[in-house]
Design a protein around this ligand. Structure first.
Ligand SMILES: *Cc1c(COP(=O)(O)O)cnc(C)c1O
Length: 388
């Protein structure tokens, strides 16, 4: 290859790697450009309209008619706000089968009296124990809908039914399902749901949106955090024009509005269908190679439709595999905590489609081949069969 072309190729790969992570995800140009403008006053009709657009576009992704407030902070700020405002001093049942379920338990320890109802990462949750906990007086339940660390989809509707039966508040981390998979917060009885901007919404990192039911508001703690007082966020969001209590990350709101408009233009049903198709393609590739998906599912639990977790084949190290894939311009994720070196994870959420999925599985197939893995078949062809 002529030197100039080689340089060009290197530059392209070094400046624009394809992020196939379970967040952050590639941000569409329209969304990025929305941030490149002069500062605006956050106490103005103009900002109020931006906030209102964000909320309007987010409601269908949550499946809610409840109020939604937006916090300047990552998904974890939304998780902490939910627990600190609605679970303070209460008995909390924390369902956990992965890193983010554990995080909700850790946050709950700071504010209330949690019991962890845990199963091994990526295995079905102990739903029987939840009924017992609720009978024993748990007032709040936390669940991660799509457990990103293990690629498992947890049964939010079933958990919501149990919460309603026992009149408990239901806090759901929807950080990697909202905007990418079916979420019916109102139908499922979710009182508080949380999403982060850099996942399925395909916006830049730094905002968390939290939906709040009337039932949750009736039970909000008297003693609340100062910066993350959700009663204050809700009160300010009800002003005309809409406001936040303190100066928000205005450029991120501008970007989120644009990301929301893209979601509105695509339509949430089509968007979810696109994510489902990408997930089927990813699983078909893994299957064709003869590799194994990481999670174990049952009639209540499914495979994630936004991130696919795969067991590393024997004799392959995480560093080698992800290193080779990276040389081909694609960034995928490894395992977290004790799963480091055991699994790799491919995010397929946000604004990505067939080209990105095929590039990723092409790079993976090439890397696995280079590392001497004997693959059963052509995963790229198997994926492609689902995409056209
Ligand atoms: C990414 C993620 C979060 C939030 O993480 P932040 O780094 O704070 O944005 C929470 N829950 C799940 C399931 C996630 O995937």
């Amino acid at each position: 290859m002529p030197r100039r072309h080689r340089m060009l190729r290197r530059i392209v790969m070094e400046t624009e790697p394809l992020l196939m992570l379970p967040g952050p995800v590639p941000v569409p140009e329209r969304v990025r450009l929305a941030m490149a403008r002069q500062a605006i006053n956050h106490r103005s009709a103009e900002f109020g309209a931006v906030y209102a657009d964000c909320v309007r576009c987010l409601k269908p992704t949550f499946g809610t008619e409840n109020d939604i407030v937006i916090i300047s902070g990552s998904g974890t700020a939304g998780m902490e706000a939910a627990v600190a405002n609605f679970a303070r001093g209460r008995k909390i049942a924390c369902l956990s089968n992965g890193k983010f379920g554990e995080r909700l338990f850790d946050i709950s320890k700071r504010y209330g009296e949690p019991t962890q109802l845990a199963s091994a990462w990526g295995t079905p949750l102990p739903l029987e124990d939840l009924a017992g906990s609720l009978e024993a007086g748990a007032e709040v339940v936390t669940l991660v809908h799509n457990e990103t660390s293990a690629g498992i989809l947890n049964p939010a509707a079933a958990v919501g039914r149990l919460c309603r039966k026992h009149d408990a508040l239901f806090i759901m981390d929807g950080v990697t399902s909202i905007g990418g998979d079916v979420v019916e917060a109102d139908r499922w009885g979710v009182d508080v749901a949380i999403v982060g901007s850099q996942k399925c919404l395909a916006a830049p990192a730094g905002l968390a949106a939290v939906s709040i039911s009337e039932r949750a508001m009736e039970r909000i703690a008297d003693e609340r955090p100062y910066y993350l007082d959700l009663a204050a966020y809700r009160k300010n969001a009800k002003k005309d024009p809409m406001e936040t209590p303190y100066t928000p990350a205005v450029p991120l709101f501008l970007a989120l509005r644009e990301a929301g408009l893209l979601i509105e233009e695509e339509g949430i049903e089509s968007r979810v269908e696109r994510h489902h198709r990408l997930a089927r393609a990813a699983r078909a590739a893994v299957d064709a190679w003869g590799l194994s998906l990481f999670p174990s599912t049952d009639e209540h639990h499914g495979y994630s439709n936004t991130v696919t977790a795969v067991r590393l084949p024997e004799g392959t190290t995480d560093a080698d595999l992800r290193g080779h894939v990276k040389k081909l311009g694609v960034i995928i994720a490894g395992g977290q905590d004790h799963l480091k070196g055991t699994i790799f994870r491919v995010g397929h959420m946000g604004a990505v489609g067939a080209p990105e999925l095929l590039a990723t599985f092409g790079a993976l197939q090439a890397a696995l081949g280079r590392l001497g893995c004997r693959l059963d078949g052509d995963g790229v062809a198997a994926a492609a069969a689902h995409l056209a």
